[in-house]
Design a protein around this ligand. Sequence first.
Ligand SMILES: [Zn+2]
Ligand SMILES: [Zn+2]
Length: 173
Amino acid sequence: MKLDINSIIKTIGASVSFEISDRLEVLDSGIGTVTFTGPVAVKGTATCFNRMIEVKGEAQVRYRTFCDRCGEALERHLTVPFDEKIIERAEEDQDTSMEDDDLFTYTGHYIDLGRIAANAILLNLPMQHLCGEDCGGLCPTCGKKLNGSDCGCEDSQVIDPRLESLKGYFKNN
Ligand SMILES: [Zn+2]
Ligand SMILES: [Zn+2]
């Protein structure tokens, strides 16, 4: 997902807007239980400063995951902003491979929007996923989802651990 900045690279203050949608290989394997579905869409503006390009915009992606409490399959849509300063890296430095260090540098007249987008997505991916704020997980007895609904297992409610130990006490004595 490359952005050609040739038209702005010589003029401080010049900017170019972009709107690109593409698959990002780096996201193909997913993260944990998150599987990215469909392409990543980026839109924004690149502005030229002195040997530095400011890239502002947002990235959007869809993904599948599961509720952390009840395991229900979820489809989510994530929109994350980015605002990065991409510094020009001299041609002679190109051979030294700095896979991570060169994340926010450019050489020639292309900026790799894919790396910027992937970085923003991975940094902003929620750590927790719930099908709803009130998800009560699954009933330990019947396995039904407990979202305020009564599954009919009242008799086997989880026993207060303090009572549980008392029960053992009486049994053993
Ligand atoms: Zn749930
Ligand atoms: Zn139940």
